[in-house]
Write a protein that binds this ligand. Structure first.
Ligand code: HEC
Length: 101
């Protein structure tokens, strides 16, 4: 329920088109990934202190997110954020960002 309304807000806010690169054919994965760019920068390339995601190894991204979710990594926001995703979705997101240049 919460996640559905969050996605609806993301769509209404027009975040979808922010990612011009098409790293996935799956519209759902693209939609999920579009919510990350607010903090991680357009196309996953950070403009500031938040780490860049684009072009990182899939295994690295996936492990980082799973550890954040499990509370094994120090985070400010990512643990709360990752709690909303299933391990399968985390794998899809890791693959998505690993394919961006
Ligand atoms: C509200 C801002 C915000 C959003 C939204 C966000 N992140 Fe993050 N992310 C951060 C911050 C800040 C960090 C550094 C760790 C921390 O303090 O939580 C981080 C760290 C990470 C890391 C670890 C990177 C590294 O090199 O250590 C990954 C992977 C990651 N985020 C993936 C994602 C993905 C995928 C999404 C979208 C589903 C996302 N993040 C959404 C702020 C955000």
């Amino acid at each position: 329920m919460i996640r559905r309304s969050f996605l609806a807000i993301a769509v209404l806010a027009g975040l979808g088109p922010c990612l011009s690169a098409q790293a996935s054919d799956n519209p759902r994965v693209r939609l999920l990934a579009s919510t990350c760019v607010t903090c991680h920068g357009p196309g996953g390339q950070s403009l500031g202190a938040v780490p860049s995601l684009a072009g990182q190894e899939k295994a690295y991204l996936q492990e980082a997110m799973l550890e954040q979710r499990a509370g094994k990594r120090e985070t400010t926001v990512m643990r709360k954020y990752m709690n909303g995703f299933t391990p399968e979705e985390i794998g899809q997101l890791a693959e998505y960002f690993s394919k961006l240049k």
